[in-house]
Design a protein around this ligand. Sequence first.
Ligand SMILES: Nc1nc2c(c(=O)[nH]1)N[C@H]1C(S)=C(S)[C@@H](COP(=O)(O)OP(=O)(O)OC[C@H]3O[C@@H](n4cnc5c(N)ncnc54)[C@H](O)[C@@H]3O)O[C@H]1N2
Ligand code: MOO
Ligand code: MG
Length: 402
Amino acid sequence: MSLLPVEQALQQVLQHAAEQPALTSERVTLAEALGRVLANPVISAHDVPPWDNSAMDGYALNSSDLPQALQHGLPVSQRITAGMAPQPLQPGTCARIFTGAPIPAGADTVEMQENVELLECGLAKLAKPLKAGANVRPQGQDIRLGDQLFAGGARLRAQDLGVIASAGVTEVNCVRRLRVAVVSTGDELVEPGLPLAAGQIYNSNRYTLQGLLQGLDVEISDAGILPDEPEQTRHELLRLAANADLIISSGGVSVGEADFLGQILREQGQLTLWKLAIKPGKPFTLARVGETPVIGLPGNPAAVLVTFLLLVRPWLLRRQGVQDCAPLSLPVASGFAWERAGNRDEYLRARLEQGRLVLAGNQSSGVLSSASAASGLLLIPAGQTVEPGQLLEFLPFNGLLD
Ligand SMILES: Nc1nc2c(c(=O)[nH]1)N[C@H]1C(S)=C(S)[C@@H](COP(=O)(O)OP(=O)(O)OC[C@H]3O[C@@H](n4cnc5c(N)ncnc54)[C@H](O)[C@@H]3O)O[C@H]1N2
Ligand code: MOO
Ligand SMILES: [Mg+2]
């Protein structure tokens, strides 16, 4: 059986997510909207800033008085701090003003106080010529009343919440949170905290997956560990399917005799993807139990991380209506040589050292500590070797994990 290239798999994953039934939406206060996806556009209810204001601590004047201010100085007729509603500026005078304070009617220019001399007679005199309109931040410079701030499908980041707040909007309409069930499979698994018997290992995928999902602000239901036993696996999948938008499992999708999960998903007849040209992560499986999508991740801990970031995260984002969901990747020079061309796209755990990519440790799919030593994944495309200095695609975790 030939392996499906990762790019094609991603297209199919996105298509699959887009074909799911529409999600309902709910009102969300700004304080709770970080990481949520907008169901509708957000429109500004105000100009930002709402009035012309000063960019400097200094003196506001009318530009027609600039020659007088430079030659003799102007009397100071009022003092305006941020938060005040100023009087109109008396002609032929200037106003003491502070950063963020409204420009009074009749003024159009501000000089910073460092360039103004306050004479003994009380006049404020400019130390050097000044351009008309200087140091004024005009009304609506940032945002105009009625502007669309964000389209539906935008995923809100910290600065986006600030933009929405600056425009006076307190609540936004977001798609409801996705419900994601997580299950770890394997007779060998034990939860950390319990003693290890012979042949057992601690369940690490559960924690990796929970952490990855928390970063995407979904509702997680954790179904714990399932033994390698077909009846129980089938029963548990059906139970989870009743109340989840997606089931994510780890383990049991390869060809081993105890890999029941893959067998059950295949036997349900609803298999969309299986066996990708990706290392780690080859037996990545996208299927359905009843109407509920199931993503079967390979059990190897590094395969879980890589396939989640490359394929599950995009599925979850697109399912919520996000358009731009492919991982960010940047060209960076390799600091190492790679002589073995493989038959799968290989995603290696790597980090930047002095502007070049170096491998972060053992790249076995069973080794996870190298992922902790890495700051991202680098791609060596199938069939390629690499020389030092060659540009490689680097996918920083910082761009992937938020
Ligand atoms: N004959 C073949 N054998 C294998 C192939 C193949 O093509 N032919 N593919 C290999 C590849 S590639 C991968 S990846 C793995 C995938 O295996 P499964 O998805 O069936 O996963 P398991 O066999 O259940 O487990 C694999 C490995 O990962 C450990 N594991 C599982 N769950 C956890 C967990 N929650 N926490 C920590 N570690 C976990 C498990 O103990 C195994 O060591 O198949 C290869 N074999
Ligand atoms: O595809 Mo597997 O994760 O390399 O060992
Ligand atoms: Mg297996």
